[in-house]
Design a protein around this ligand. Structure first.
Ligand SMILES: *[C@@H]1O[C@H](CO)[C@@H](O)[C@H](O)[C@H]1NC(C)=O
Ligand SMILES: *[C@@H]1O[C@H](CO)[C@@H](O)[C@H](O)[C@H]1NC(C)=O
Length: 189
């Protein structure tokens, strides 16, 4: 019978597909020096976004910081959100607008301040301040290098600037961490 070798072959193909898929979440086996152009890049279902985890907690085993390279096509944006970690942006290319509702004791973020961001500019988001980054440049991609503390990130999202803080929705694991989180981690918030 030819069935057995066929079954064996399909099992082997299936098995190698499974192991290849599992490898992005392994914290071992990464070369120390990595070519960013060859790292996995995905939109994670978000229109206009390209995300690369340059150095990650779940991906590479980092404990204190995590680094992303993100590209927003014209008109695309992050959700309105906050997180209890520090976040530093370095704008590599393009321009856009940062919306930031600076900390107040109000029950909701309120009307944000608007800041123009541009190539070779940098800014940081203080812990828990509600913000949104928007590529408001119609002609160019906005590319940012993002460094966060306390990974993996736990994000609270808002539908609008008047939504009460208590109604903000926790998204954890965040889009690019979903594939690598096996057991939900203890939430320290
Ligand atoms: C990095 O990867 C890109 C895309 O595969 C390739 O074109 C480039 O030559 C690589 N750089 C080095 C130094 O290997
Ligand atoms: C960014 O600013 C630094 C410091 O002035 C400068 O050396 C560098 O060339 C600038 N890069 C770009 C892309 O403008």
């Amino acid at each position: 019978m030819r069935l057995i070798p066929l079954l064996t072959l399909s099992f082997l193909l299936f098995y190698s597909a499974v192991t290849t898929q599992a490898s992005p979440c392994s914290i071992n086996g990464f070369p120390l020096v990595r070519n960013i152009s060859e790292l996995p890049q995905d939109s994670y279902g978000r229109g206009g976004l390209s995300h690369i985890t340059v150095a990650g907690s779940l991906l590479h085993g980092l404990k204190e910081v995590e680094v992303w390279l993100q590209t927003f096509s014209p008109g695309s944006f992050t959700p309105i959100h906050r997180h209890s970690c520090e976040e530093v942006f370095v704008v590599m290319k393009g321009s856009g607008t940062l919306y930031l509702a600076e900390s107040s004791h109000a029950k909701y973020p309120g009307k944000p301040q608007e800041y123009l961001i541009f190539a070779n500019s940098t800014f940081h988001i203080p812990v828990n301040e509600v913000h949104q980054v928007w590529n408001t440049n119609e002609h160019e991609d906005l590319q940012v290098l993002v460094i966060i503390s306390r990974p993996p990130v736990k994000v609270f999202t808002y539908e609008d600037w008047l939504m009460p803080h208590t109604a903000a929705k926790l998204k954890f694991p965040y889009f690019w961490d979903e594939q690598c989180v096996q057991t939900p981690q203890k939430d320290e918030l």
